[in-house]
Design a protein around this ligand. Sequence first.
Ligand code: KQY
Length: 363
Amino acid sequence: MKIIKNSTPAADGFYMPAEFEPHQGCIMIFPERADSWQYGAYAARKAFVQVAEAIARSEQVTVCASAAQYDNARAMMPAHIRVVEMSSNDAWARDYAPTFVKKYGEIRGIDWGFNAWGGLRDGLYFPWDKDNAMARKLCDLFGKDIYDKRDFILEGGSIHVDGEGTCMVTETCLLSEGRNPDKTKEEIEETLREYLGVSKVIWLPCGIYQDETNEHVDNICAFIKPGEVVLAWTEDRDDPQYAMSEACLKALEQATDARGRKIRVHKLPLPKPVMMTAEECEGLDACHDEPTRMPGERLAASYVNFYIANQHIVMPGFGDPADEKAREILQKLFPEREVVQIYARDILIGGGNIHCITQQIPE
Ligand code: KQY
């Protein structure tokens, strides 16, 4: 594997394909840390296995597990899912597995800097060194060269692309103080252009209420095809999310994409607010002397946090009446793919959802 330091994907003719384009596989990480996953991560692991099984129906899944959890992961994952030993600080493959870029048949990775969603300013844990080392190890494992961009902090969940020159991000995340505080908005856009091979960046003002990643785009809005997105939506005007979703809708209505198209927005309902129970909080270790979560704390639940597999949409469910409505909407929008809904409260408690725990490798 070559580490490329003196060029960029755009300069070499590479770009990031959209998630709805064909994949050669998907990367996941086995959950383990006791301040992320309640009661020893047993329930979270079952949900991760269901996600891996659903994706593996149409693409090869590779699961990274620590030395301590390798045997357990191997025993829990079906035989057709590959398990490899690789250390990490937690289990968010979207955010620290490589972003992959493509030029004709060749795939390369990007090694962004990772600082646990905000470093010592407002990051979510310390240290994050093992997470930060994963992109290179994974490119080595998959035989892909990798661009070194560790001087720029970015997580995979903070970008969505349409594969036709457009990238979508949130201002709250990409302009946050804990990531690249010395960079202007224009410099950040320039980095996205150079590394993702895009010509247009659509800035949404914000994401999902209480999303501890500074509101990653992958929880609020996702491309379903060029020129079309789903947007997390509530009709409850008393919910702080209402103004946030409305502000994103306005930004999308005013935007055009890289090809000059207006964006067609499909509203995807949100579940009713999902709150931590006292029992769930008791099952979490403290993080740096502080309780990780408090009873009644609202979690950033959203159906937009789904994964587009080759022949399936793997989406979260929350045991909410809106589960079925959201599933039907996605099924209509993706008629060629079967929608698989997985009860994902145990993933949500960790702070993200199905899109956050998966990273596609384009074909
Ligand atoms: O991409 C994500 N949503 C990751 C969230 C990490 C939360 C750590 N507790």
